[in-house]
Design a protein around this ligand. Structure first.
Ligand code: GLN
Ligand code: ZN
Length: 769
């Protein structure tokens, strides 16, 4: 086919769409079903209505080929486990009794049975349920959901393309089932899994699918030659079947690298490639591999996981280049639109000028359709859209919001010295000990105390105007007094104010920083029925006034003991927001860091001797490819140090991270130059402490002795035995005693009992030392 006819046939498509509905109808229906208020039939009806309306939205926007099977009641990886019959032994009975209830049991567990583990979907904030596999796993094909949803779309008159998690990615995301050797590699099950996929593909073909999409995002990660061979074998085998639909293998979230030639050579009809993240590299690699002769290329030119409008000129130029490299070029988003909110036009509080820079899922489908039209019929056919796009891009580039001269001048003037504390850790620690007068094994908490219904109601009342600011602040002060008095009575050494005023650890700061936008309806699925509203880093960041000083100072006025100031760190602020795409991440991080630095310094001036800067996202933001780790960790650690280095040597900087596996970034954690770190450790029996010691980590550390993810109260003996384990790895002079994470999701009764036991354990061990 010539480039010209490839262009003429260009079609618009997407890989997936937000599932929840404009008013989060799906969340409400599912949660209603769990509570017994919504029947299974009513839930199914809501789901079908949402699918119908989403397909219609896509078709109306000009999307030619819509996805099917991307819908999920909870998670598409869990759906895949069901599709291939990989139901863990412990869930078989529930699934056998009722498929829907069994499905939710796998997702959420029941009184007696633990759920599947949940973890992050690549480097997004979406969480999937981890398949549990072992040498005895028997796969069986269940194409029911996929076939039914395809037929539903077709009956509604749509050209639909079923979307499945590909077999290689599925296995690479799996883990050994409980009781299976930890070194078992699920990928060894590939030969068993492929016939099941072949059967499902045949079913979909029989149900009328012309194309089926197999998602293989795992191929944009570093893969061993054996894994690449497995991918080659998988697609050789699936491609060799005769009764199958055309296969589109989809990659996203970055550069295919060595996997590109593997897929290019595979006997499949199409390939989807990300031209946003590492787009230039994918383009180069594709040209170097000789293109995709005879294949369909779906070009992900619209960023599917960020909220900015597309640059049509740039996308059309990429698409133009691609025309010479494939038999047929279609236009899409870089990944499923699951990762962005539904509709930017629902945001009424955002300045209309700025709202024009934003594209959520709905707007992205329109962009994709425009680009496909421009590609097929020439730019003349989209002249008006191109002009409007240029004007919006120019408005963004020239805006005072994105270019604040004061912020620019300040970031440009940053020196190495700004990111270095005035004394090394070894000297500071003595000064801090003298200044704070803490006992051995000091006790503390991670920041938040229970976010009670009363607190949430007070916030809702304030928003609705039922109470005024003064009334609300009285409520917050009452809460702070209660939290302080409990901690004093319980005998905790370093106190916190409890964060009652914070709706969320990122949003609270985003709302107070200039350049940050909060959305009203920008919900994005985090997992299951949990949705979050990430704020948008839209412009240059500055802090018009102190954000936390007032509450911390109030708390400190109530007690003689040190009250710890509590901030969210710059890396986490970026990780849990939509970030700017018009400057390097490191530049945005530096701006946020400088704003937070002012807050840290102001806290110190107000008499705060201990300041915690939380960075729970430091590790999850690690790029997918190892080659990019150093550059990331460089800007991330710089941002943390800029935030925290402006204080006196005797002011103690804490950081907190809520994960137990961090072996690969211990050096970076050390480079943060924090004085004290708290980490999750209770479930892993202090594994973290041994790892820190193993890496020669020289600083103070508080491996958690209280698992806050469950309402269970740990006994004092249990906490003491964890502390003894901790002491085997970390000397008493450097060991802190604290829970795994904040207590905001816990109730007061278990919080009280658990913290009292934690203090009792610390006292018992101190007496033994
Ligand atoms: N300071 C925060 C809290 O206690 C930390 C939360 C977190 O680590 N995710 O709630
Ligand atoms: Zn945490």
């Amino acid at each position: 086919m010539t480039a010209k006819s490839a262009a003429a046939a260009a079609r618009a498509t997407v890989y997936g769409y937000p599932r929840q509905g404009q008013h989060r109808e799906l969340k409400k229906a599912i949660e209603g079903y769990w509570k017994g208020r919504v029947s299974a039939d009513a839930l199914r009806q809501t789901a079908a209505d949402l699918r119908r309306s989403h397909w219609q939205q896509l078709a109306d926007a000009g999307i030619h080929e819509v996805p099917s099977g991307d819908f999920s009641y909870y998670d598409h990886v869990l759906d895949t486990s069901v599709m291939v019959g990989a139901v863990p032994e412990r869930h078989r009975a529930a699934v056998g009794a009722d498929a829907l209830d069994g499905y939710f049991a796998m997702a959420r567990g029941t009184q007696d049975v633990a759920p599947l583990e949940m973890t992050k979907w690549f480097d997004t904030n979406y969480h999937y349920l981890v398949p549990e596999l072992g040498p005895d796993t028997v796969f069986t094909a269940d194409s029911g959901k996929q076939v039914a949803e395809l037929q539903e779309a077709v009956a509604l008159g749509h050209a639909a393309r079923p979307v499945l998690v590909g077999p290689v990615t599925y296995l690479l995301l799996a883990k050994p089932a409980p009781g299976v050797a930890a070194d078992f590699e699920p990928l060894t099950l590939l030969d068993r899994l492929l016939p099941v996929y072949a059967e499902i593909l045949a079913d979909l073909r029989a149900a009328g699918a012309e194309w089926v999409q197999l998602d293989e995002p795992a191929l944009v990660q570093d893969r061993t030659p054996a894994e690449l061979n497995a991918a080659a074998r998988a697609y050789r085998e699936l491609g060799s079947a005769t009764d199958r639909p055309k296969l589109l293998v989809a990659s996203y979230f970055g550069r295919l690298g060595d996997a590109l030639p593997v897929l290019a050579k595979a006997p499949v009809e199409g390939l989807a490639v990300d031209f946003t993240e590492s787009g230039a590299a994918n383009l180069r690699d594709l040209a170097a591999a000789g293109g995709l002769p005879g294949k369909r290329l779906v070009a992900g030119v619209v960023n599917g996981r960020n909220v900015w409008i597309n640059d049509y000129g740039k996308s059309l130029s990429t698409l133009g280049t691609l025309l010479g490299l494939a038999d047929h070029v279609d236009v899409s988003a870089s990944c499923s639109l699951l990762h962005v909110p539904l509709d930017a036009t629902a945001e009424r509080d955002i300045d209309p000028q700025i709202a024009r820079w934003l594209a959520f899922a709905r707007q992205k489908t329109e962009e994709i359709a425009v680009l496909a039209r421009g590609l097929a019929r020439g730019t003349g056919s989209i002249a008006a859209e191109l002009a409007a796009n240029r004007a919006d891009l120019a408005s963004r580039a020239g805006s005072a919001l994105t270019h604040d001269p004061a912020v620019r001048a300040r970031t440009a003037a940053v020196t190495d010295a700004d990111g270095r504390r005035s004394q090394p850790y070894a000297e500071r620690t003595a000064a801090q000990r003298a200044h704070l007068g803490l006992p051995l094994l000091p006790t503390t908490t991670i920041g938040s105390f229970p976010q009670t219904t009363e607190l949430r109601t007070a916030r809702a009342d304030l928003r609705a105007g039922r109470i005024d600011t003064a009334g609300y602040e009285e409520r917050i002060k009452d809460e702070i007094r209660e939290v302080l008095s409990f901690q004093e009575k319980a005998g905790i050494d370093v106190l916190v104010h409890g964060e009652p005023e914070r709706n969320d650890m990122v949003q609270y700061f985003a709302e107070q920083l200039t350049g940050y936008l909060a959305t009203q309806h920008g919900w994005v699925q985090s997992y299951g029925t949990r949705y979050v509203r990430p704020p948008v880093l839209a412009g240059d960041i500055s802090r018009p006034e102190p954000m936390t000083v007032r509450w911390t100072r109030y708390a400190q006025s109530l007690t003689e003991r040190p009250v710890k100031g509590m901030l969210t760190g710059p890396v986490t602020m970026l990780a849990w927001s939509f970030v700017r795409d018009d400057q390097p991440l490191g530049d945005t991080a530096r701006q946020v860091a400088l704003a937070l630095r002012d807050e840290v310094n102001d806290l110190e001036t107000a008499g705060t001797s201990v300041i915690q800067v939380d960075e729970p996202a430091l590790r999850e933001t690690l790029p997918l490819r190892a080659a990019k780790h150093t550059a990331y960790l460089d800007w991330a650690t710089e941002a943390f140090r800029l935030t925290t280095s402006g204080v006196r040597p005797d002011t103690q900087i804490h950081t907190h991270m809520c994960y137990a596996e961090f072996g690969d970034i211990v050096q970076a954690i050390d480079a943060l130059d924090a004085d004290v770190i708290s980490l999750e450790a209770a479930r892993s029996h202090m594994q973290v402490a041994r790892e820190l010691a193993g890496h020669g980590y020289p600083r103070e550390a508080g491996p958690g002795v209280y698992d806050i993810h469950s309402p269970r109260v740990p006994s004092a003996e249990e906490a003491a035995s964890l502390l003894r384990k901790g002491l085997e790895a970390i000397p008493a002079e450097r060991l802190w005693v604290n829970p795994d994470c904040g207590l905001k999701t816990r109730g007061w009764p278990e919080t009280r009992a658990s913290l009292e036991n934690l203090v009792a354990a610390a006292r018992e061990i101190r007496a033994e030392l």
